[in-house]
Design a protein around this ligand. Structure first.
Ligand code: GDP
Length: 633
């Protein structure tokens, strides 16, 4: 009789493996209960092992799709996590640890995840059953639990307790059934009590007569009835410590002792159902009935899926014969082809572009900290009167301060650690491009293949990067002592840096615009800026630190205002420096102290040229070669 459930469970497992579709869901028993209702204890009593995460802080954050497979001829009991590729875990503490880890992996801010954990348990002692354990309803959010947790858990449970699923509503006997969160939830979706099984736990904690009355509850009568259990796992015997031997016998024995001690309440005449073994029988029976009722619907859904898949196959493969081997071979060929295309296109040019971008940014940072910082007197070229270029440049070229400044800046640039910086930039670009290649390949749908390719390429890159970074640093060593900039380098640098500064100017303008919109318009921003300027000049003295706002502006507005002031100053300086660079004086290498931007760009260019040549030969070529030799074949 129970063959149907077994077959349906096999079908479910197959569907899980190939990726189950939304339209094809087989009925399950969904277990709901509030925290501490004894939900875990009931599930563990059915399985015969302690395997669920414990601890007062341990809120289950993901549904567990628990499939129990009865293996009458085997003696071993074990679990497997098919989606993780973890099979034959005979140690139930390891299953418990894995579930704990999977739970903890849900980010705090997400509270709960509706991505189910699939766990299968094979044992001669379990019935064929498929159960879904949901996070326990929480009554009061703990001080360290996000407040939305309660709502999110309720929403998650709501999705699962829909028809045709059977609801196993767990309530503790020491709490009035009218207050049971689980029964309240199931009553909302199953008002006539047609697909809910009520489980009353902790029967030992209430007066037997009262316990028996609960099982005959007339307030919310259930067609499938209530079952009373005592699932307290006996801790007295050393045999039954966590994760150890099977606990079914011990629980049954202590339950029998309890229930038979109160024959008036729980005896045959009382017509109530009690005990974990009766609960198991009931679950098997009900699941079988529900599966049978859903057979016709399931068969139609499978036919539809099949027709869909056949059509898909026709489109993709033109009805060519397809086996696992040929699919893998084809996927590999396609991936190799795309990798080859990528390696032809990602060469020295691309490396140069990436490096230049990175080093330009470093040059900008250096200029900002060494030249463009206020007070303006520190600038190589003092600020002219607004809009006037007549004073450009006026600094004394003989003054050694400008020489020292430029020497220190170019030396800082050569000593940035270009070896590591450049190797790192190129290596991480390679990793992300390969990730894109995988995403666009058929391996995107196969997490293990994806992980294997990513790990292999990252390992090759990691190995190569250490040596490459060191050797590149040696290559650029001469520049640390002397840099010869020719007039041609100068002209090129002038052109480059003009483009870089223009781009920076454009970005700053956009950022300023964003700030303006954030504040709510030009006028408001101007008022804030005027106020901040006055404070900076000392025209206005703030009382206190202004942390709570000042001058009629909120603290948040002042902080945005300070960002605007920074951007405005940066725009002024960039504008000024662009004019300086384009001026006649900066046309000549002799005036290099006036035009540090050009000189530093020329230095950056030399570093980039050395690095791109070296990285192309040492990192890219070796990487492409090693991937071809060691890569998937
Ligand atoms: P969950 O939070 O709903 O999963 O609840 P647990 O299964 O972890 O049980 C909560 C507490 O109630 C634990 O300390 C259990 O030992 C205890 N408990 C569970 N079932 C029974 C029972 O039938 N009788 C008694 N006395 N205690 C129980």
């Amino acid at each position: 009789m129970m063959l149907l459930t077994k077959k349906m469970i096999e079908i479910r497992s197959l569907l899980q493996t190939v990726g189950q579709s939304e339209s094809l869901t087989l009925p399950s028993i969904v277990v709901v209960g509030s925290q501490s209702s004894g939900k875990s204890s009931v599930l563990e009593a059915i399985v015969g092992h302690e395997f669920l995460p414990k601890g007062s802080n341990m809120v289950t954050r993901r549904p567990i799709e628990l499939t129990l497979v009865n293996t009458p001829d085997a003696s071993a009991e074990y679990g497997e996590f098919p989606a993780l590729g973890l099979g034959r875990l005979t140690d139930f503490t390891q299953i418990q640890r894995t579930l704990t880890d999977l739970n903890l992996a849900v980010p705090e801010q997400d509270c709960v995840s509706d991505d189910p954990i699939q766990l299968r348990i094979y044992s001669p002692n379990v019935p064929d059953l498929s159960l879904i354990d949901l996070p326990g309803y929480i009554q009061v959010s703990g001080y360290d639990q996000p407040t939305e947790l309660k709502t999110k858990i309720a929403e998650l449970c709501e999705r699962y307790i829909k028809a045709p699923n059977i609801i196993l509503a767990i309530s503790a006997a020491d709490v009035d059934l009218a207050n049971s969160t689980a029964l309240r939830a199931s009553r909302r979706v199953d008002p006539r009590g047609e697909r809910t099984i009520g489980v009353v736990t902790k029967m030992d904690l209430v007066d037997p007569a009262r316990g028996a009355a609960m099982l005959n509850d007339k307030n919310y009568p259930l067609r499938l009835g209530y079952v009373g259990v005592v699932c307290k796992i006996p801790q007295t015997s050393g045999l039954f410590t966590r994760g150890g031997g099977n606990i079914t016998t011990a629980i049954t024995k202590s339950e029998n002792t309890f229930f038979s001690a109160h024959p008036a309440a729980f005896g045959a005449e009382s017509e109530v159902t009690v005990g974990t073994s009766n609960l198991r029988q009931k679950l098997m029976h009900v699941l079988e009935q529900t599966m049978a009722a859903s057979l016709a619907g399931t068969s139609v859904a499978i036919q539809q899926e099949l027709a869909e898949a056949t059509y898909e196959f026709k489109v993709q493969y033109n009805d060519r014969p397809l086996s696992a081997e040929s699919y893998l071979a084809e996927s590999l060929d396609a991936f190799k082809h795309s990798f080859k295309g990528f390696s032809e296109q990602f060469g020295r040019q691309e490396v140069r572009r990436l490096l230049k971008q990175e080093i330009d940014q470093q040059v900008l940072n250096m200029l900002a900290s060494r030249y463009w910082n206020k007070p303006f007197e520190d600038l190589a070229v003092p600020l002219p009167e607004a809009g006037s270029l007549k004073d450009l440049p006026t600094s004394d070229p003989e003054n050694p301060i400008w020489q020292v400044k430029l020497d220190a800046s170019s030396s800082a640039l050569t000593k940035l650690g270009i070896g590591r910086l450049a190797t790192g930039v190129v290596a991480s670009a390679l990793v992300s491009r390969i990730d894109q290649l995988i995403s666009n390949s058929s391996f995107a749908a196969h997490p293990f293949a994806r992980q294997a390719i990513t790990e292999a390429s990252s390992a090759i890159l990691k190995d190569l990067s250490y040596d490459t970074a060191d050797e590149l640093e040696i290559c650029i060593k001469p520049y640390k002592f002397r840099i010869d900039v020719t007039p041609a380098d100068w002209a090129q640098g002038r052109q480059n840096v003009t483009a870089v500064l223009k781009e920076e100017l454009r970005t700053c303008k956009i950022a300023f615009q964003v700030v303006e919109n954030e504040v709510g318009g030009k006028k408001k921003l101007r008022d804030v800026i005027t106020f901040i300027d006055k404070v900076r000049r000392g025209d206005i003295v703030l009382e206190g630190d202004g942390a709570g706002g000042a001058g009629g502006f909120s603290a948040a507005l002042l902080s945005i205002g300070r960002e605007a002031v920074f951007l405005r100053d940066r725009l002024d300086i960039l504008d000024l420096r662009l004019k300086a660079i384009q001026s006649r004086q900066c046309n000549n290498l002799k005036n290099k102290y006036y035009c540090p931007e050009i000189f530093l760009d020329a230095v950056a260019d030399k570093l980039t040229s050395t690095a791109d040549l070296f990285l192309d030969a040492e990192l890219l070529s070796k990487f492409y070669y090693l991937v071809r030799v060691n890569g998937p074949s």
